[in-house]
Design a protein around this ligand. Structure first.
Ligand SMILES: *Cc1c(COP(=O)(O)O)cnc(C)c1O
Length: 359
């Protein structure tokens, strides 16, 4: 069987060394030494500052929004459900604009149009879908004209650089998920990278019940801290992440070369590297999708119709500025197996199966 995904497994010997340190010190959570060490290592590895570890990627979105003072969100309809539900959960107003038909990312033009049509959202939330960077320079321009903040959901974009700089350095905040299904993980976990120190300081208090470094309660907070056992998993997994990213990118390019004539491929940002987080193909319609899924099934190859449904159809009370492109992409999008445990031979098998089915 070729599985759609397979979590990175931490080296247990190395993990145990860290856990012994935790047990010896008796410091299990609350900004402990391993959490500190992981923060520094991630900042170095990713080339960012103001990185705050949190307990999952959903909390990362929520805390980023709270730290920036967001109350109304204009989001992308083409993402994992948390990109919208995280904000809905804390009673923020929710609206959607459409995606770009080629990159599958939130389209800056449709965002500008939404503001012309009276959108009052104080914050735009855009996902770097499948790790492919959004058109950040276009967003920078319309952001100034319309005076909104921007949060990038970068849950798929670990290790992606744009024009030589971490993609996480764009926006007022970028959020990461370190869930076990993601490229780099701490089993459950996540992080926020803030542009401004003040927003980082605020968020650090918010994830600890709103308590500041002087033990005063300054705001309504939540508990969203990453614990020391999770940080230990992160430190061990980070040691192998360079080779994991390289291998995934190789498989990704092999797929794209083999499939470019039979299916539509996501248009990748020309100035960005690929991290091989996902391998989506866009099929023509539901019939072709059914045919392909059946052929893959017959060969014991997993696949997933992802993302679907379009989020404006999940949160129907949110204001929708038009999501036609998203509806079309959602209907035909299929993610193929891609993970560090796969070989080039596995990828060639999947390609052969697809070529036999629709080639
Ligand atoms: C995984 C994911 C999340 C949620 O992260 P969790 O750590 O599972 O809470 C949010 N947004 C996107 C785009 C994701 O893929």
């Amino acid at each position: 069987m070729i599985a759609l995904n397979s979590p990175l497994k931490p080296d247990l010997k190395k993990l145990n060394k860290y856990l012994e340190r935790v047990n010896d010190s008796g410091w299990f959570t609350n900004f402990g030494p391993l959490q500190n060490e992981l923060t520094g290592r991630l900042e170095d590895y990713l080339g960012v500052k103001n990185l705050l570890l949190v307990n999952n990627g959903t909390a990362a979105l929520q805390v980023a929004g709270r730290a920036l003072g967001s109350e109304s969100i204009l989001s992308t309809p083409f993402s994992f459900v948390a990109t919208a539900s995280a904000f809905k959960w804390q009673k923020d107003e929710l609206a959607f604009a459409d995606i770009d038909r080629s990159s599958y990312n939130l389209c800056p033009k449709t965002v500008a149009k939404a503001y012309q049509e009276g959108c009052r959202a104080d914050t735009v939330v855009a996902t770097h879908v499948y790790g492919n960077p959004c058109n950040v320079s276009a967003f920078d321009t319309i952001k100034k004209e319309n005076n909104f903040r921007i949060i990038y959901d970068a849950a798929h974009a670990f290790g992606v650089k744009l024009a030589g700089k971490s993609v996480l350095s764009h926006g007022d905040a970028s959020t990461l998920s370190f869930h076990a299904t993601k490229i780099f993980h701490t089993i459950e976990g996540g992080a926020i990278v803030f542009k401004n120190n003040a927003d980082f300081d605020k968020a650090r208090e918010l994830i600890n019940f709103g308590i500041n470094s002087g033990s005063e309660i300054t705001d309504v907070g939540i508990n969203a801290k990453l614990n020391e056992y999770q940080a230990a998993v992160g430190l061990v997994n980070l040691e192998q992440i360079g080779s994991v990213l390289e291998h995934r990118a190789e498989l990704f390019h092999l797929y794209r070369e083999g499939l470019k004539d039979v299916a539509e491929l996501q248009q990748w940002h020309p100035e960005a590297n690929a991290n091989g987080a996902y391998m989506p193909i866009k099929l023509e319609n539901a019939q072709q999708m059914a045919k392909v899924v059946q052929a893959l099934d017959n060969n014991d190859i997993q696949s997933r119709h992802y993302f679907s449904p379009s989020l404006d159809r999940v949160f129907e009370d949110g204001f929708n500025y038009g999501a036609r492109n998203c509806h079309e992409v959602s209907e035909g999008i299929l993610c193929l197996p891609l993970h560090a445990g796969m070989s080039q031979k596995d990828v060639n098998l999947v390609i052969a199966c697809l070529l036999a089915s629709i080639g």
